[in-house]
Design a protein. Structure first.
Length: 152
């Protein structure tokens, strides 16, 4: 709603997130102790996550180990022509764990979700490192869940 209000009234400051998905900055601004927490949280299916790839929608969302992160501020990495652009709008867990940018590491939105059960200890440790990176750098805006009848 804040996006529409700001769009209509011209009230967006360049330092604010025009989508209204995040609140505050990395510093404390005293807004009800909700700094760094997303205003909007939700459940995403692979199909709904897919559109947030930087092409179909300006926002860039990436799932890692079941959590969805808003990586829009990292457009130079995850956006079109960025080195990690394959991961935008997808569950990037396997690719990050195996250090692979190959499209074969990504599940298509209509395939069963990757359980990651076959990852080695080293790959799991690498993935945990990526989770830590995403948690520190990007707001978590929801979870990735299987779509009934599609991803089971």
């Amino acid at each position: 709603m804040s996006f529409i209000k700001n769009f209509l009234t011209g009230g967006v400051k360049t330092s604010e997130d025009p989508t209204g998905l995040t609140q505050g900055s990395n510093g404390n601004n005293g807004d009800n102790n909700q700094d760094n927490k997303p205003i909007v949280e939700g459940k995403f299916y692979p199909r709904t996550l897919y559109k947030f790839n930087g092409h179909d929608d300006e926002k860039i969302f990436i799932a890692v180990k079941g959590k969805v992160y808003d990586c829009t501020q990292g457009r130079q990495f995850y956006g079109p022509s960025g080195p990690y652009s394959n991961f935008a709008g997808h569950d990037a867990s396997r690719g990050l764990a195996t250090n692979s940018f190959d499209l074969d590491t990504l599940k298509h939105w209509d395939e069963p979700m990757d359980t990651l059960q076959d990852l080695s200890e080293q790959e799991q440790a690498a993935l945990d490192g990526w989770v830590s990176h995403f948690e520190k750098k990007y707001p978590c805006i929801g979870t990735l869940v299987p779509e009934p009848g599609v991803n089971n």
